[in-house]
Design a protein around this ligand. Structure first.
Ligand SMILES: *Cc1c(COP(=O)(O)O)cnc(C)c1O
Length: 393
């Protein structure tokens, strides 16, 4: 996830355009901004790239999730099926919407297992929110089919898989809405930022207004614009959007480098008897931000993760022990620990997350290690790295 690796003159130029006008706000100031519409331009280029009708840029990936849930009408008491392997933001966004995260097992794609979704559906289920983890994809065609059959909303969290595709179609464009993040460790970054994409005109209008206090964005006097409903402030600034725009134009370069580097690593490790690779439903669409693989069991995986760190192989993640990406370590969720009373507490069927059992996800995650793929590696860096990894294994 290396946007930060290639920050350069292109980003500086876009930011300078904004600084030269002093207009840091994405709306209005038509004269003063001298034709600079960084957020708008980013949205147009991103929608084109994803082959969807609309994109709305916002302040973070977490904001994108909140906007998507609100726009899709997911609210108080609705259940949303999510995987237990994701960044905490996914379940936080669902809870803060007043909705209830319901966890279903992942499979060896490291993403939501479509077969586990069906049994998790209840009369309260409103949406399914798969997360395309670590640069690659869920079996999104099967999940989409299921949602259509059951009349459920599909929202994709593609924050970690920007630029990845399934059978040529961009991740994030399968459901009613897709969410991206451009935070500092994502494929492209603008410091802090996010986006939603959608093909649905009405959902877009709702999202666009919700992210800006309900503004309908009609006319050229902000004070006289109508409020469609109560909203929030999830706006991005022109400075952040400017950086993002330059980064977006580097996406193909980033993907090409990552894929080439991943290929070399994968070939070098392919004969290691102890490891098997993560299942990728469409190898050609992998954004290749990570190489993820399985060890035979938990104790061996823990040991290898430690040994890799000791050998100086940086950027390796053992998610099973990580506090932020797997439900096992989310005691704050299990205690529903929030500064103020969460909506879920008002329900007579308030969920008990201590009792959630996900043996299949535990079995998979306890054996998984992911390695970050960098854009800036040289041939020497790569062979050094391979030597170290082989010695550990
Ligand atoms: C990064 C991330 C988010 C949140 O994005 P931010 O821009 O950091 O708010 C949400 N979901 C997943 C899977 C992520 O990796």
């Amino acid at each position: 996830m290396p946007g930060f690796e290639i920050f350069g003159d292109e980003e500086r130029k876009e930011v300078q355009d904004v600084l030269d006008t002093g207009v840091l706000f994405r709306y209005g100031f038509d004269q003063a901004r001298k034709g600079n519409w960084k957020a708008k331009t980013f949205e147009t280029e991103l929608a084109e790239r994803m082959d969807v009708r609309h994109c709305h840029l916002c302040s973070s990936g977490t904001a994108a999730l909140s906007i998507a849930l609100a726009a899709c009408g997911v609210g108080a008491g609705d259940e949303v099926i999510i995987p237990p392997f994701t960044f905490v933001a996914t379940m936080e966004a669902v809870l803060h919407a007043g909705a209830i995260p319901v966890f279903a097992e992942i499979d060896e794609t490291l993403c939501l297992n479509p077969e586990a979704v069906d049994p998790a559906i209840t009369s309260r289920t409103k949406a399914v929110l798969p997360v395309h983890m670590c640069g690659s994809m869920a079996r999104i065609d099967e999940i989409k089919d299921l949602c259509e059959r059951k009349g459920l909303i599909l929202i994709e969290d593609a924050c970690q898989s920007f630029g990845a595709t399934f059978k040529g179609k961009g991740l994030g464009s399968f459901g009613q809405m897709g969410c991206f993040s451009f935070d500092p460790v994502k494929t492209i970054t603008c410091g802090e930022g996010g986006a939603i994409i959608t093909d649905n005109d009405q959902l877009y209008r709702t999202a666009d207004a919700y992210a800006d206090h309900g503004h309908d964005h009609i006319g050229n006097d902000r004070g006289l614009e109508d409020h469609l409903f109560l909203g929030n402030n999830y706006r991005i600034s022109e400075l952040n959007a400017a950086v993002g725009l330059a980064q977006l134009r580097k996406l193909d370069f980033i993907l090409e480098k990552q894929r080439a580097h991943k290929q070399v690593l994968k070939e070098a490790l392919g004969n290691t008897p102890e490891i098997t690779f993560r299942e990728i439903p469409d190898e050609n669409g992998d954004s290749a931000t990570f190489l993820s693989f399985f060890l035979p069991n938990k104790s061996r995986a823990r040991q290898v993760a430690k040994d890799l760190a000791r050998a100086g192989v940086d950027g390796c993640f053992y998610w099973f022990d990580n506090k932020w990406h797997y439900i096992r370590q989310w005691d704050h969720l299990k205690e529903l620990k929030t500064p103020a009373r969460p909506f879920a507490r008002l329900l007579d069927h308030c969920p008990d997350y201590w009792s959630v059992k996900l043996p299949e996800s535990d079995r998979i995650m306890s054996r998984t290690i992911s390695m970050l793929i960098k854009v800036s590696w040289t041939h020497e860096d790569l062979s050094e790295r391979i030597k170290k990894i082989i010695s550990v294994l």
